[in-house]
Design a protein around this ligand. Structure first.
Ligand code: AMP
Ligand code: ZN
Length: 138
């Protein structure tokens, strides 16, 4: 299903033009209009899913599988030194477009991109309990 007021639905389905190195019947790759670095790409499903909590696992699986191929192509083309794969879900997590998308951000030595956080300290007991509780929900 597409969502009427969703810009990524329109881009993924060709109603709005984009720079796209690849598409198939299920998803489309576009280059970000405001890239963190040259070659910053997004993979968008053609069907609308708000985020990771909604996307069908099979679709997500094929998107992530394709990302491994795309990552190599971007690396070869841009000569990047590394790459971040990033996928934001919810405003609190930095999602600004509420249509699932996977970022591939090429990284260059000395670039100004930041994707870091202050490391916390795990409560070992709580982690064990938490792992058990999550396991029950899988
Ligand atoms: P996020 O913050 O994870 O939701 O990422 C949204 C991304 O979409 C940002 O990196 C934007 O630069 C990018 N973006 C927004 N509008 C467009 C557009 N029309 N074409 C390509 N990329 C876009
Ligand atoms: Zn959409």
């Amino acid at each position: 299903m597409k969502k009427d007021d969703c810009i990524f639905c329109k881009i993924a389905n060709g109603e709005i033009p984009s720079a796209s190195p690849y598409e198939n019947e299920e998803f489309k790759v576009i280059l970000d209009v405001a890239p963190a670095n040259r070659g910053h790409a997004l993979i968008l499903p053609k069907e609308h899913f708000d985020n990771v909590f909604e996307i069908e696992p099979e679709t997500a699986g094929r998107i992530f599988a394709f990302a491994t191929k795309l990552a190599k192509a971007i690396k070869e083309e841009t000569g990047c030194d590394g790459m971040n794969l990033l996928q934001n879900n919810g405003e609190v997590a930095g999602q600004t477009v509420n249509h699932f998308h996977l970022h591939l951000v090429p990284r260059f030595k000395g670039d100004a991109v930041t994707m870091t956080w202050k490391q916390g300290e795990a409560d070992a007991e709580d982690n064990v309990k938490l792992a058990e509780n999550i396991a029950k929900r899988l």
